[in-house]
Design a protein around this ligand. Structure first.
Ligand code: ACM
Ligand code: ZN
Length: 623
C-alpha cells in the first residue's frame, strides 16, 4: 500500500512537471491549410466532452446540418454525441460551439468567417452566410489533434486549441478538374473527390465529361452517345509513345445517368461547390462521332478511341451539328444550375474543315477568313445560345484564336499568355497553366513514380504559383478570377492513383487560391503537412510523399558534359552522397554543386534534416 502511494505521488509530480513544462502554444502549432488571413492561438483549450453542445442560429437548416455533421464527426471517436440545439432553445452559451450568420460585415463577403472564443470556453463561428460558416467548420475540423484521427478507441473528451481567426478567400474561383472520359470514376468516388475539395475550401468542380475516348453523360435525345460513345473496344498499354502499340483487348466504359448527375450536383451544392460540366467542341469529339457519324465532315465511320492524343476528326460546322449541340446543351442546362458551361475549344485540328465542302461553304457565306475564324464562329454561336439561357461559356485558351466570343471566360492552360491577352481584352480568366496546374504531370523522379503523361510539377512549384501575372495592371488583374488544377486521366486509371496525384498538390494550391499571398511560406507549409498526411492515413487515402525525394536532373553543359543536378524541396535539408554504392551518412560528401560522374560511379544520396536521415534513402536511376 505504502509503495503504491509513493508511486502515485511520484506519478503526480512527474505529471505536474510535464504539464508545467509544456511550452505555451504558438501559431506554429496550428496546421491549418489553407493558412487563414489572421490567426492567433490562446493557451486555453476547448474541452469537448459530453456536456459540449453545438448551438446553431435558427431557423437555419444549413447551419443545423453543419452542426449535425460536426456532432457525427466527434461521435465517431468519442463515447458521446454532442447535443445539437437551436439558439432559441437554450438559456445561455457556455462550453459550446456556436454557429451563426450574424457577422454583419460586408468585407467578409459570403465566404469569409471569423472564429472567436470567450473565457468561458465558448467557441463561435460567425459569418455573413452559411457558406462562410461552412469554411469556418473546415478550419475547426483541422483544429482536432492528429490523435483524434488516429484513435482506434472512443474517448470521453477531446481538446482543441481556442483560437481567434479572421479569414476570407483571396480568389473567387477555386477549382479542381477531373477527366472522367479517359478513365471512368464511380459516383461514390466523385463524392469523395468533392469531399476533398470542400476540406480545402475549393468552390468549383470542373467535370470533364466528353472526349475522344468516351462520352460519359446520359443525353435522353441522343441515347447512342452513351450506348455507343460510352464504350471503347480496348485501351493502349503503356505510354502513348511506346511502340509497337499494344492494346489490352478489354472493352472499357461507363457513364452517369441523369439521376446520378443530379445526385452529384446536389451533393456538391451541399458543400458549397458548383459543378461546371464540360462538353467538348469542336474537337475531342470522336466518341460523339462514333455514335452519330453524320456529325463529322467525312461521315465516318468513326471509333471511340483507345489511345491518347489529338485526332483530326472533329464536329463539322453544318447546321445539323448546331441543332445537335443545342439539344445536348439544353439537357445539360437542366442538370447543371451553374452559370458557367465549359465548351472545351482546345486542340481542334482544322484538317477536315479545310477539305470539307460544307465547312468551306460556311466560311464563304459567313464572310470568314479562314478555319481559325470558323472555330471562332462555332464557339460564338454556342455562346450566344447559352447566353439566351442566362449561361456563360468558359473555353480553353484556343478560343482566342480567330477572335474571342463576347462574354467568354478563358481558361489559360498553355502557359499564362492566353490568360494575359484575354484579361487585357477585358475578359475574365481562370489560370490553369500546365507549368503549375497539371496534376497528371510527374511530381517526383519519373523512375520512382507511377507512369505519368510527362512534365514535372513538384509540390514546391505548385506552392510557388502566382495566378496574377506581373504583366497585368491592377484593372486587368481583376479579371483573373482564380485558378484551377487539371487532372487528365490517360495514365491515371483508378481512385488511388487520382488521390496520389492530387494529394498533396491540391493542398498546396488551396493555399495559393485562398490565403493572402503575404501569408504564404514554403517551410511553414511543409511543416503543416504531416498532420494532413495523418488524416489521409486514417481515411485510407493514398497520397504522395515525393516531396521528400532528392530530385535528380541531368544537365548538359556548354562543353557537352553531362552533369547530375540534385535538389531537395524539403526546407533546411542537406544532401549527402556516395559514389561507391554505400549508404550515405553525414560523414559522406555534402552535395554543393552539380556532379560529373564516371561510368563506374554508383551514386547514392540521402537527405538529412536537423541532423537526422530523412525520407527514404534514394538511389535515383540515372540513364
Ligand atoms: C488541355 O489540356 N488540352 C486543355
Ligand atoms: Zn465539315
Amino acid at each position: 500500500m505504502k509503495n503504491n502511494y509513493r508511486l502515485f505521488f511520484a506519478m503526480l509530480i512527474s505529471l505536474t512537471l510535464i504539464v508545467s513544462c509544456q511550452p505555451s502554444k504558438t501559431n506554429k502549432d496550428l496546421t491549418i491549410i489553407p493558412v487563414p488571413e489572421s490567426v492567433s492561438v490562446s493557451n486555453k483549450t476547448l474541452d469537448i466532452n459530453k456536456d459540449t453542445r453545438i448551438i446553431y442560429e435558427d431557423p437555419n437548416p444549413a447551419l443545423r446540418l453543419m452542426g449535425e455533421q460536426l456532432a457525427g464527426f466527434i461521435s465517431e471517436k468519442s463515447n458521446f454525441r454532442p447535443e445539437v440545439a437551436p439558439y432559441s432553445s437554450v438559456q445561455s452559451l457556455e462550453n459550446d460551439i456556436y454557429l451563426t450568420i450574424n457577422l454583419n460585415d460586408s468585407t467578409f463577403g459570403k465566404e469569409g468567417y471569423q472564429i472567436h472564443h470567450s473565457d468561458g470556453q465558448l467557441l463561435t463561428i460567425q459569418a455573413n452566410d452559411a457558406q462562410g460558416v461552412f469554411y469556418g467548420m473546415q478550419t475547426l475540423y483541422q483544429l482536432f489533434p492528429t490523435a483524434f484521427f488516429e484513435a482506434a478507441d472512443k474517448h470521453s473528451a477531446w481538446e482543441i486549441p481556442l483560437v481567434t481567426i479572421s479569414d476570407k478567400a483571396r480568389f473567387a474561383y477555386r477549382g479542381m478538374h477531373l477527366d472522367v472520359s479517359r478513365h471512368f470514376f464511380s459516383v461514390d468516388f466523385i463524392k469523395q473527390y468533392i469531399d476533398l475539395l470542400a476540406m480545402y475550401k475549393y468552390n468549383t468542380f470542373h467535370w470533364h465529361l466528353t472526349e475522344d475516348q468516351g462520352w460519359r453523360i446520359e443525353i435522353k435525345a441522343y441515347p447512342k452517345l452513351t450506348e455507343i460513345g460510352g464504350w471503347r473496344k480496348e485501351t493502349k498499354i503503356g505510354h502513348q509513345w511506346e511502340t509497337p502499340k499494344q492494346f489490352d483487348g478489354q472493352r472499357y466504359g461507363g457513364f452517369y445517368t441523369q439521376d446520378e448527375v443530379r445526385e452529384i450536383v446536389d451533393y456538391a451544392a451541399s458543400k458549397y461547390i458548383t459543378v461546371i460540366p464540360e462538353i467538348e467542341m469542336p474537337g475531342h469529339a470522336m466518341a460523339a462521332l462514333a455514335a452519330y457519324p453524320e456529325l463529322g465532315c467525312t461521315g465516318g465511320p468513326y471509333a471511340v478511341q483507345g489511345e491518347w492524343g489529338v485526332f483530326d476528326d472533329i464536329y463539322c460546322s453544318r447546321e445539323s451539328t448546331f441543332i445537335f449541340l443545342e439539344n445536348v446543351l439544353t439537357e445539360v442546362m437542366e442538370m447543371f444550375p451553374s452559370t458557367y458551361i465549359h465548351i472545351g475549344g482546345d486542340e481542334a485540328p482544322k484538317t477536315r474543315w479545310k477539305a470539307c465542302p460544307d465547312c468551306q461553304k460556311r466560311i464563304r457565306e459567313e464572310g470568314l477568313e479562314d478555319e481559325a475564324q470558323l472555330q471562332s464562329y462555332f464557339i460564338s454561336r454556342i455562346s450566344k445560345f447559352l447566353e439566351k439561357h442566362e449561361r456563360q461559356i468558359i473555353g480553353w485558351d484556343e478560343i482566342l484564336e480567330g477572335g474571342l466570343a463576347p462574354g467568354a471566360t478563358v481558361m489559360s492552360w498553355r502557359g499564362t499568355e492566353g490568360g494575359i491577352a484575354a484579361a487585357q481584352m477585358g475578359h475574365d480568366v481562370i489560370m490553369t497553366p500546365n507549368s503549375h496546374c497539371y496534376y497528371d504531370h510527374y511530381q517526383g523522379n519519373p523512375s520512382e513514380e507511377p507512369l505519368a503523361i510527362g512534365g514535372f510539377t513538384p509540390l514546391s512549384q505548385v506552392y510557388d504559383f502566382e495566378p496574377i501575372p506581373t504583366a497585368l495592371n491592377s484593372t486587368e488583374a481583376k479579371h483573373i478570377i482564380g485558378a484551377q488544377a487539371n487532372v487528365w486521366t490517360e495514365y491515371i486509371t483508378d481512385n488511388d492513383e487520382v488521390t496520389y496525384m492530387i494529394l498533396p498538390r491540391m493542398v498546396a494550391l488551396s493555399e495559393v487560391l485562398w490565403s493572402p499571398a503575404k501569408n504564404r511560406n514554403w517551410e511553414n507549409f511543409y511543416n503543416r503537412l504531416p498532420a494532413h498526411f495523418a488524416r489521409y492515413d486514417a481515411l485510407g487515402l493514398h497520397y504522395s510523399q515525393s516531396v521528400n525525394q532528392v530530385k535528380t536532373k541531368l544537365v548538359v553543359t556548354e562543353t557537352a558534359d553531362t552533369l547530375v543536378e540534385l535538389t531537395a524541396e524539403v526546407p533546411q535539408a542537406q544532401i549527402f552522397y556516395t559514389l561507391d554504392g554505400s549508404v550515405p551518412d553525414q560523414n559522406s560528401s555534402l552535395y554543393t554543386e552539380k556532379l560529373k560522374l564516371n561510368k563506374t560511379d554508383q551514386l547514392k544520396v540521402q537527405l538529412f534534416r536537423n541532423g537526422q536521415a530523412f525520407g527514404e534513402g534514394q538511389a535515383p536511376v540515372i540513364k
